[in-house]
Design a binder for this molecule. Structure first.
Ligand SMILES: [Zn+2]
Length: 334
């Protein structure tokens, strides 16, 4: 294991190689501040990940029971997977965004609201039929709340809080609860899935606590800019390799987002259409195989384009039709 040291503090990166999906590795990090051990994120719930984690700790002369606290960057299953196994050995506090806590507690009201949110969303995006598998999955979750809930000593954190010398920075977009952790003195940033090398991060559509759709692409861009402005020598991401040139990488990501939004705009300029019809045109067969991610992307970009007045939408027969206003078409020569 490559250990990173600076000013009496060490990071032990746990870089778990995986063949699940296209994520390359699942990364989580142990930080030794000289007095205590903090774990940032907690891998995926697989036996081989658990073994890998235990071996990596043993290499440094530690065991799982030496960890004093866990800090989570967001609620996704490849970041919280080993929590149950860790807490079974030792009851330690979990520091997390309030929305992460609701997800882990499997809060019934929240999950019911979320089901209704997606049902309504897919209806007005004209893809209720194609959304059936996704909606069935969400509905199954509603029946499994009790068995899946994780009871723990949760400590909610928000922007400006410090945990073990790490400043909490809210960086939503990939998920509404995404946070980054910044060690200003050492110029280290633990960014969760905000920015990844060699793969793009999806901005995933989700409601806020009140059931209002969050502008995921707009938020993702703001979070990337916020991160780009930080002075960081090393950025520790949730997947793939550790990042040394984050400013350059983030600028590339922002530019590729610009290109994507222009391609979507060009398709819309050809003909006004629904979000699902645009998704089929843009993503082709992926529309079926990765339905929920694809619809997330399309809706996120449409919200972004609409906020910048590049597209307008009109409700016809209870379905949103998106189009490019005449003056934009003329101006951009689309
Ligand atoms: Zn994630």
């Amino acid at each position: 294991m490559q250990i990173i040291s600076s000013k009496e503090r060490q990071v032990y990166p746990i870089i778990f190689p995986t063949s699940y999906g296209l994520i390359g590795t699942i990364n989580f990090f142990v930080i030794n501040d000289g007095e205590s051990l903090s774990l940032i994120d907690a891998g995926i719930d697989h036996e081989d990940c658990w073994e890998y984690f235990n071996l990596a700790l043993a290499e440094q002369g530690y065991a799982v029971t030496d960890i004093d606290r866990i800090i989570l960057t967001h609620h996704h299953e490849d970041h919280v997977g080993l929590l149950k196994r860790i807490l079974a050995l030792k009851d330690i506090p979990i520091y997390a965004h309030p929305l992460t806590i609701l997800r882990l507690q499997m809060d019934a009201d929240f999950f019911m609201m979320r089901y209704q949110f997606f049902h309504e969303l897919y209806r007005e995006m004209d893809c209720l039929h194609d959304a059936q598998p996704r909606l069935e999955k969400l509905s199954r979750t509603l029946n499994e709340l009790d068995e899946r809930k994780l009871i723990a000593n949760y400590i909610p954190i928000q922007a400006g809080d410090f945990v073990s010398g790490l400043e909490v920075i809210e960086t939503p977009g990939h998920s509404p609860d995404s946070i980054s952790l910044y060690d200003k003195e050492r110029k280290w940033l633990f960014c969760g899935d905000l920015v990844l090398k060699e793969s793009s991060t999806n901005a995933i559509i989700d409601p806020n606590l009140n059931g209002v759709r969050l502008k995921s692409v707009t938020e993702q861009r703001q979070s990337l800019t916020k991160c780009e402005e930080l002075d960081a020598l090393l950025v520790f991401p949730g997947h793939r390799t550790i990042i040394e040139n984050h400013k350059q990488l983030i600028n590339q990501k922002l530019e590729s987002m610009n290109r994507k939004s222009k391609r979507m705009l060009a398709l819309l300029a050809n003909e006004p259409q629904t979000a699902s019809s645009l998704a089929k045109q843009y993503y082709k067969s992926k529309y079926k195989t990765e339905f929920s991610l694809v619809m997330s992307e399309i809706i996120g970009y449409l919200d972004y384009l609409e906020d910048h007045q590049f597209v307008i939408k009109e409700k016809i027969d209870d379905v949103w039709i998106y189009s490019v206003p005449k003056q934009i078409q003329d101006k951009d020569g689309l």
